[in-house]
Design a protein around this ligand. Sequence first.
Ligand code: NAP
Length: 293
Amino acid sequence: MTLLNGKEIANQIKDEIAAEVGEMKIRGEKVPHLAAVLVGNDGASLTYVGSKVRSCKRIGFESTLKHLPEDTTEEDLLKLVSELNADPDIDGYIVQLPLPKHIDEEKVLLAVDPEKDVDGFHPTNFGKMALDMQSFIPATPFGIMELLKRYKVEVEGKHAVVIGRSHIVGRPISILLSQKGKYSNATVTLTHSRTKDIKALTLQADIIVSALGVPGFLTADMVREGAVIIDVGITRVPDASKERGYYITGDVDFEAVSKKASYITPVPGGVGPMTIAMLLQNTLLARKRRTRE
Ligand code: NAP
């Protein structure tokens, strides 16, 4: 079994980006600038955004955090979005989800300029991705594809079973795996909570991508020998013995499934760090595209 070490690969990618940013600086060019909008004080969101901002610093990007109070109105958030769209200094930005209940996420998402949508959530980018056109690919599925590529995991002709059909992970990874291309060309089955007998499907899978957020969902009896296992799930399980008061776990029974898998991602240290690395990669791309304009 080979561990797909997302932490290590993410660090490599960050080093590569940092080297490129170093060269940009030497040439006297503007360095990429990522902004993050956070509304409220959701614990997980604060952690994610904090880590994105720290990563920007580490690789030499400029970063701006716009932290708004929980009771921010939809109107005020849309105003900020339109300011970020107009700001020539910002190359890309993200609006951290979930937003408070009183704000219509879809409305906000649609207001983001697709050229600055480094999360790749805008329908323009999603549509372009589905049509094999140049776009911003959502960071988590982009990270999974990059991890498979860098470990030279064979995808072509394989049967991939994706569990979960969310717009940010399950749906886009099913599109990317089935795209024409050297590192894709898989045959994909997309499953969800209404799928009958997921086990019968996962037992036929060469590659399983689990993105549902149910700890221990994928057990060893659901996996065939030699399967490639990508665990996207991140669940915080309360644990008083931990300093933070919780521990992080994935969707996969790692202990048992790793004994059958050919490749497997750990949680933490698998897909999570890749997500941040690919967000930075998208921001670098955004900067380069803007330079070419
Ligand atoms: P989501 O929007 O809640 O979607 C979950 C999906 O799983 C839905 O399609 C749902 O089906 C399906 N599902 C739920 N229970 C199921 C069951 N028992 N059997 C089969 N399918 C089931 O979640 P998400 O945003 O995609 O996130 C999924 C997990 O990945 C979460 O743990 C999240 O924290 C994690 N995540 C990690 C990263 C990362 O960087 N590593 C990034 C994003 C998300 P229906 O559509 O039928 O409801």
